[in-house]
Design a protein around this ligand. Structure first.
Ligand SMILES: Nc1ncnc2c1ncn2[C@@H]1O[C@H](COP(=O)(O)OP(=O)(O)O)[C@@H](O)[C@H]1O
Ligand SMILES: [Mg+2]
Length: 317
């Protein structure tokens, strides 16, 4: 019996969110924002927190600095029931994103810091024995992890672990990841539609799916926003599942991460890929009912009730 169902390997950062800003920043001037929230950022952290809320035993592998932002990251993960024993403290400061909100629009500025430094050699190899499944995310935000992805996948395979991967968007838009090399070692690939097209250099979903299909080590689920998701199995069969449509979305921040949390929590419990897809669509929809990526995931009971009452489908977890 392993200690953890899921080891989430990914980026960690703090979001400094500014609201009520009088006008855009200008060089040489000082301006005021009326509100500020300082909170745990990072899409992999949303995944880990929500998977934990859904009942999975989750540990986090990520790098922070020896600073107060690192302390905030550690305490926030722990408060969500995510084990922090495998966090790594390095000499580079913890990453941070300054989010300047202007109504519906926002300008973000990210300092990657420690997240960009972590490589395979920094990871405590004990995690490969402690967990059953590895979830890798936000590769293009972490050049060290991107460089060492092959080593991580080979180690996981050697330990008989299953692996899921959500590359997320590449801010540099260079998409330097050879999917022909990586996907055969991935059990569940979880891109969204735009990312899959960008990664494969294709212009429509059909061509993008055709490009990666021969290389799938297991299955792929493509997240298609309010249109739901597309499951593609290794044998080429497909299931398109419409979203449990939420017509009064609060915001869709972290919907994809919440989809991943639901899908992978069901997957590590041994449910079929089709059942995992239903669970992912449900938790993606649940995400859109409250502010931010984790707002709706207060407890498994609360999520269960939302699925049943608002979306008319019991969640299998
Ligand atoms: N308006 C919505 N109503 C219900 N479910 C939604 C809505 N928007 C997104 N979802 C669910 O969340 C999942 C992930 O959202 P998506 O925006 O595709 O991911 P990402 O955040 O990675 O871009 C979708 O596959 C869908 O199941
Ligand atoms: Mg995403």
């Amino acid at each position: 019996m392993k200690r953890f169902d899921i080891a989430a390997i990914g980026e960690l950062n703090v979001d400094v969110i500014l609201n009520g800003i009088e006008s855009e920043p200008e060089i040489g001037k000082e301006k005021f924002a009326r509100e500020m929230t300082v909170t745990l950022g990072s899409s992999t952290a949303i995944f880990a927190a929500n998977a934990s809320a859904l009942g999975s035993r989750v540990c986090f592998v990520g790098m922070v600095g020896r600073d107060s932002f690192g302390d905030l990251v550690r305490a926030s993960l722990a408060a969500r029931g995510v084990d922090t024993g495998f966090l790594i403290e390095g000499d580079t400061p913890t990453g941070a994103t300054i989010c300047m909100n202007y109504g519906e629009d926002r300008a973000n500025l990210t300092y990657q810091g420690a997240m960009d430094v972590m490589g395979f050699d920094d990871i405590d190899p004990g995690v490969f024995d402690a967990a059953r499944h590895i979830h890798l995310s936000s590769l293009f935000m972490q050049s060290g992890l991107l460089r060492d992805i092959g080593k991580v996948l080979d180690m996981a395979a050697g330990k008989g672990m299953t692996v899921s991967l959500d590359t997320q968007w590449d801010p540099l838009e260079t998409w330097r990841l050879d999917y022909r090399e990586v996907l055969p070692k991935v059990t569940v690939f979880l891109p969204n539609e735009k990312e899959l097209q960008a990664l494969t250099g294709t212009r429509d979903l059909e061509s993008a799916v055709a490009a990666v299909a021969p290389w799938l080590g297991g299955a792929m689920v493509v997240k298609c926003g309010s249109r739901g998701s597309l499951l593609v199995k290794k044998d080429g069969s497909r299931v398109h599942l419409p979203a449990f449509l939420n017509r009064s979305v609060v915001d869709a921040i972290g919907a994809g991460d919440s989809f991943n949390a639901g899908f992978i929590s069901a997957f590590v419990k041994g449910y079929s890929l089709e059942d995992c897809q239903v669970t992912g669509n449900l938790t993606g929809a649940v995400n859109t009912t409250a502010a931010g990526g984790t707002g709706a995931f207060t407890s498994l009971e609360a999520v269960r009730a939302l699925c049943r009452e608002r979306f008319g489908c019991p969640i299998k977890l």
